[in-house]
Design a protein around this ligand. Structure first.
Ligand SMILES: C[S@@+](CC[C@H](N)C(=O)[O-])C[C@H]1O[C@@H](n2cnc3c(N)ncnc32)[C@H](O)[C@@H]1O
Length: 207
């Protein structure tokens, strides 16, 4: 397990990274990639959408282009303070401080759940994906963006030491174990590193 796949270490990491997050983030996760990921979802204008690990609100901002009913959750108050500066605390986005593995929401309460760049820090991604499935409605869509597993053996060792990097096969396993169906993946990235991220979209089975 990588050094940052630990909740308190990830919180400490983001206490400092939050200061520069919005300046460095576009080098690996930019508006074009966000638009490509959003196009993998069918979001209706009245859909209730949750952004897990919303951070400073980059994914949240994209979701707001599709629906006004967006809820953001993050474990780092420092990251969320940046999001509050942009959107306010309660309107148009409702923010919650919480953990992806223990979501403070009722069963079947969201039409769509989005999570970009957060799964790599979750100590038990399958547990979190199960809890996301619990709060998503039957038939609802879930989208997760994470770091793609590098090809070179040296980079794989570095990646494994830091946090979760995964490929399609691993994403399939995690989503299947968490009870999803209709699982699809797409690699994406900026022009100089077009496969840096892997985006998975899946559906919660109908009851
Ligand atoms: C790379 S940032 C992504 C922020 C945003 N989603 C975006 O697209 O820019 C990762 C975020 O995940 C949050 N995070 C990490 N582990 C978490 C957990 N267990 N529960 C909730 N949030 C978590 C971090 O605090 C951080 O804000």
């Amino acid at each position: 397990m990588g050094i940052l796949e630990d909740k308190s270490r990830a919180r400490l990491f983001y206490k400092y990274l939050s200061k520069v997050y919005d300046s460095v983030n576009p080098f690996i996760w930019n508006e074009e990639m966000r638009a490509e990921a959003l196009a993998m979802l069918d979001i209706e204008a009245d859909d209730r959408v949750l952004d897990v690990g919303c951070g400073t609100g980059f994914g949240t901002e994209g979701l707001l282009e599709h629906t006004e009913n967006v809820h953001g959750l993050d474990q780092s108050v420092h990251q969320m303070e940046k999001a509050w500066d942009k959107f306010g605390k309660h309107d148009p986005v409702s923010f919650y401080r919480g953990d992806a593995e223990r979501l403070p929401f009722r069963d079947d309460s969201f039409d769509v759940v989005w999570s970009s760049g957060s799964i790599e820090y979750w100590p038990n991604p399958v547990l979190a994906l199960r809890d996301i499935r619990r709060v998503a409605k039957p038939g609802g869509q879930v989208l997760v963006v994470g770091p793609n597993y590098p090809e070179s053996t040296v980079m794989q060792k570095v990646a494994d030491a830091i946090m979760l990097f995964y490929d399609r096969e691993e994403a399939d396993r995690m989503f299947r174990d968490a009870g999803y169906v209709d699982i699809e993946h797409r690699e994406m990235g900026p022009s100089y590193d077009p496969d840096v991220a892997i985006t998975t979209v899946a559906r919660v089975p109908e009851e």
